[in-house]
Design a protein. Structure first.
Length: 472
């Protein structure tokens, strides 16, 4: 049996659909949230996107037109656009995102992605032998590797707060306080702490507000990885006032890849002396002799921080310029609260539906459940039973859980035209589904059917058959 995605769009050709959309826009009307919204996005008709921003995000057709507009402007008059026009458009984007986040515009810049900003923070700080970097077990894998690298090239050491979801928010904050106070009692200096707004795998909201306040009280720099932040949860950085904040705009804000906002309050901007890579905006420290290093770009009266991030090598910066259009589009379909409420509620009901259909459980507890656009559901697969199957088949596998996870992922993409993120966690395999405005509960009912079918195929040993074919 092959289970295909529900019909995602009508049978109209692309130009006809675009014309219909243009007419609906001019009439001031929009499709309602759910399946009708899919025609505003650029998915293949037979593809069901159940992982909108778990990984890479996507954006509506309208925003594609804005992206191409700036790309064409750049190609029409390259030097004029890049040297003189682009900075003005960039200021418009910084102004728009600063208003959304409630921060001064001179604290907001753009980088390609959240990992780049976390690198910028950790590589910008100066570490002494007793300095410590604290992070949580929920950290994004690439960012944990940044921490590992920093401890290789500097005297800093790292401390990982181990835990498994679900745990109470109060415990996370108190454990953070305990670890910091313990290090201080031993003469160590906890310089910076890294924590998520919403963790990636599993996808669960962290108590980032309370952790930020704890950092301030304890004298620790707070570095918030909000990769799943802007456009996902309500953010008021003006009131929260973290030391460093980054959020991918290409995940939940309907902006093209790659685009992330990096917010650094004025008090900390001198700590971020260089971008990654170092480029023309960097101002070297004065030397006793020798001439300064020239900058071929036009002179600017902006702050050194803004100038530093304004031009960082030659890349396609057009996604940065789509911020105002992305925010305006979201306003035209109901605004931030309407989008949040729809996605939060859909994620919660989808998780309940999937856990019921699969006969398993949802990972989140009552405190966190429904506070993000993710839901994490256990698959009905017993790893001990798979271990016995592997042993009987006399196949050498380093980790059966990872093998089955990868097999399931490949089959979802190749045979069922969908994608849902899988994670090995707490001795089981979990599925993380992502709610978005173009999805509805029927889509997750369909997802439950393919997951049941796939789990049945696992127990039939299909993953072992594929492994044998690969090594034969």
């Amino acid at each position: 049996m092959t289970i295909r995605p529900p019909n995602a769009t009508n049978e109209q050709s692309l130009p006809v659909r675009e014309k219909r959309l243009e007419q609906s826009i001019s009439n001031g009307s929009r499709p309602t949230f759910g399946r009708a919204m899919r025609s505003e996005f650029m998915f293949d008709d037979d593809f069901m996107n159940l992982n909108h921003v778990g990984s890479f995000g996507t954006y509506p057709r309208e925003i594609r037109n804005v992206l191409r507009h700036y790309q064409e402007k750049s190609e029409a008059r390259p030097d004029q656009f890049i040297r003189y026009d682009y900075p003005k458009h960039l200021d418009e984007s910084r102004t728009a995102i600063a208003k959304l986040l409630n921060v001064p515009v001179d604290t907001a810049v753009f980088v390609p992605n959240a990992t780049t900003a976390v690198n910028t923070v950790l590589r910008g700080l100066t570490f002494a032998p007793n300095d410590r970097i604290i992070y949580f077990a929920s950290i994004y894998g690439a960012c944990e590797k940044v921490v590992a690298y920093i401890t290789e090239i500097t005297p800093a050491e790292s401390i990982k707060i181990e835990f498994e979801h679900p745990v109470p928010n109060e415990w996370l904050v108190q454990e953070f306080r305990r670890v910091v106070q313990k290090e201080k009692s031993e003469g160590k200096n906890v310089k910076v702490a890294i924590f998520d707004v919403v963790s990636s795998m599993p996808g669960i909201r962290m108590p980032f507000e309370d952790l930020t306040r704890a950092c301030r009280e304890l004298g620790v720099l707070s570095c918030i990885d909000g990769a799943h932040g802007v456009g996902h949860v309500e953010l008021d950085l003006g009131s929260l006032d973290p030391d460093f904040f980054v959020s991918n705009c290409h995940k939940w804000l309907f902006v093209p890849r790659g685009c992330a906002v990096f917010v650094v309050p004025t008090r900390n901007q001198e700590l971020m002396r260089s971008t990654i890579p170092t480029s023309h905006g960097f101002t070297p420290k004065p030397r006793l002799s020798g001439k300064g290093i020239g900058n071929p770009l036009p002179l600017s009266n902006k702050s050194p921080f803004i100038t530093n991030f304004e031009f960082v090598g030659t890349i396609d910066n057009s996604p940065y310029l789509c911020i105002p259009a992305g925010i305006e589009y979201r306003s035209s379909i109901g605004g931030e609260k309407a989008i949040r409420d729809y996605c939060f509620n859909l994620a919660k009901t989808a998780g309940q539906l999937l856990s019921t259909e699969l006969g398993t459980e949802i990972l989140e507890d009552e405190e966190n459940h429904g506070n993000s656009n993710f839901s994490n559901v256990k698959l009905p697969i017993e790893l001990n039973r798979l271990d016995i199957m592997v042993e009987n088949a006399q196949v050498n596998l380093p980790d059966v859980g990872i093998t089955v996870r990868d097999w399931l992922t490949m089959r979802m993409v190749r045979e069922y035209s969908t994608f849902m993120a899988l994670i090995g966690y707490k001795g089981a395999i979990w599925i993380r589904v992502s709610a978005q405005i173009y999805l509805e509960l029927a889509d997750f009912k369909w997802a439950a059917e393919i997951l049941k079918e796939l789990c049945g195929r696992v127990y039939k040993g299909e993953f072992l058959d594929d492994i044998k074919k690969t090594v034969s």
